[in-house]
Design a protein around this ligand. Sequence first.
Ligand code: ZN
Length: 312
Amino acid sequence: MTVVIYDDIYLKHDTGPNHPENATRIINTIEHLRSAGIWQKLDIKKPRAATEEEVSAVHSISQIEQISEIAGSGGGYLDPDTYVSPYSYAAALYAAGAALAAIDLIMDKKADNAFCLVRPPGHHATPEKGMGFCLFNNVAIAAKYIQSRYSLDRIVIIDWDVHHGNGTQDAFYDDPSVMYFSMHRYPFYPGTGAEEETGKDSGSGFTINIPLSYNTEPQEYLKFFEDTLEKRIKPFKPEFILISSGFDAYRLDPISGLNLEASDYNKLTKLTQNVAKDCCDGRIVSCLEGGYHLLDLPKCIEEHLNGLMYDN
Ligand SMILES: [Zn+2]
């Protein structure tokens, strides 16, 4: 069974008018999945809030307090792209907590895999600061939780958002137990993600960046993806796979520059699932990151969910 973790709190993270990362992304997605008859086939579960202790496994206390205080004082900007509204702190705790609830369900064998339909997204949030629409790093907090709560050692984070997940890379750059694999447009926001960035100290070789030039075609994208899964991810023998699932590499995305079709998200998902079945009993938790085409994002997510659901 594929679980979707969702709560209306995610709609209350208010980024202001004309912001690409807005609640309509999720509203349209649920409406589309309902009318396509998919929402009814999924097990929809509520998240819990991540505790401050769980968040602080990745983020500094001062950062957590800063976001809490901005929200508590009526809202404000962390950077020119990243707004904290009165409900944003709560939404961010529940976004991180969605992944933790999903992990518990999978480890208790109450779900095969899960998709967290959350906002704010997380992969740009570094251990020291929120940025790029992200407050707390949902997948990074999830990886730390899997290790501490379930004593699983080897985690893989696959990031197919069109942007490089600088925050996730920072969190595990010297950590050989969490392999971070990102495919992203480059050079592009946030500027990191060169091929030479492969980790440091004992984490050397456990960060994999595949920078792609503007307009890279899907066949080439899929080939890089499949090759990396075979040659790098499978030999690492992950015990859990997390996905930073952004859908902004979709060809019509307003801030993309890559050319994936909606159906390519089904292929990426199936390829990932094959590795998960081989290595870790199919354990996958996928968290929504970017994806800004308000009409087609729901179709990309539908393809992803169809890939996660075993029956399809
Ligand atoms: Zn993105």
